[in-house]
Design a protein around this ligand. Structure first.
Ligand code: PMP
Length: 330
């Protein structure tokens, strides 16, 4: 497909999506498949979550006019960044509630973007200190809009209407399988619905970090979670509204070390500078390719840049404390 050169853009909100599909050379070579990564780090907010953020705001605006243009959201950070960037362009202010163990790079970025950042301790979903519950309460107290990405179906609609359409066109219908991890599940469920509508036999798999409940949920119907991975924005124990009723074809577990090795190799060998969730996704794509056999076209998602996690993934002390091996050039 020819890349169109746009000389003029009315607004940053028109620049969400339409990301390239990049061939992952080593992953393809070792599996004899065609493994392709959707370059979501090229979105204006530098992550996959711009798509959901834009749809959430647009769908709200379809429903009603808001006098109080304040959006509150609980997030690992990327949805907050997307909502703040797109929100600024659409006239909204944001209040972003995050667990305090998320990377300081994401927290700083949000502050630089002018978001009000509220940090809360890590707590189970049902606890009122939990970042999602707290964001809901703040939205109520301030009579503001609660984005509610986990259970708001505008999230997966973004992927039904944009991501899966793009993948279909970019592969000219040759895509055999799609795999990625679950945070809210918007990306995986949206692509499940969008791509299965186009090709019944396509396989849609989940790549799950260790400690997340999705692997056991998809394989055995029960979510068993333990919270261990260093990855951020992915891993889930709850069946969110975005994944409820979606019957995924299967799941693979990917360890943190496996994901890190993949993202370190990609930096040196392919010029791709990706965050850990992309490593989980590519690790899952390699496992799926080995399972499906050669000559398949498998698409996954390159969610964001590595620099959102520098203090973790390039920090020798941090990695040693988690018994993880760091790259030899550090
Ligand atoms: N990777 C990263 C880095 C993320 O921030 C997120 C979203 N939290 C995901 C993957 C997962 O996307 P989704 O919410 O659509 O499941």
């Amino acid at each position: 497909m020819d890349k169109k050169l746009n000389f003029f853009s009315e607004s940053i909100i028109n620049e969400v999506g339409n990301t390239p599909l990049i061939k992952l050379k080593k992953a393809s070579e070792i599996t004899k498949c065609n493994i392709l990564g959707k370059a979501e780090f090229l979105n204006p907010g530098q992550s996959i979550k711009d798509r959901a953020a834009l749809y959430i705001l647009k769908e709200f605006e379809k429903e009603k006019f808001f006098d109080n243009k304040v959006v509150v959201e609980g997030t690992g950070g990327n949805t907050g960044i997307g909502l703040t960037i797109i929100g600024s362009a659409m006239g909204y202010k944001t209040v972003i509630v995050m667990p305090n163990d998320q990377s300081k790079e994401k927290i700083e970025t949000l502050r630089h973007l002018g978001a009000e950042v509220v940090l809360t301790e890590k707590a189970p979903y049902t606890d009122k200190k939990n970042y999602i519950q707290l964001s809901k309460q703040i939205a109520k107290d301030r009579k503001a809009i609660w984005a509610n990405q986990f259970d708001n179906l505008a999230n997966r609609k973004a992927h039904i209407e944009t991501t899966s359409e793009e993948i279909w066109q970019q592969t000219q219908g040759k895509v055999d399988a799609f795999i990625c991890s679950i945070g809210t599940g918007g990306t995986l469920a949206g692509n499940f619905i969008g791509l299965k509508n186009k090709k019944k036999g396509i396989k849609i798999y989940c790549a799950d970090p260790y400690g997340s409940g999705m692997f056991s949920y998809i394989r055995k119907g029960v979510s068993k979670a333990a919270y261990a991975s260093i990855t951020e924005g992915i891993g889930q124990s709850r069946i969110t509204k975005n994944i409820e009723g979606v019957d995924f074809d299967g799941a693979f577990k990917v360890s943190d070390q496996n994901a890190l090795n993949i993202i370190y190799d990609l930096i040196r060998e392919e010029g791709l500078y990706l965050g850990p969730s992309s490593g989980i996704n590519i690790g899952g794509a390699i496992k799926l390719a080995k399972y499906m056999g050669p000559n398949k076209t498998i698409v996954t998602v390159l969610c964001d840049y590595a620099n959102r996690y520098s203090n973790k993934i390039f920090n020798k002390d941090y990695l040693a404390s988690r018994n993880l091996i760091y790259p030899d050039w550090l």
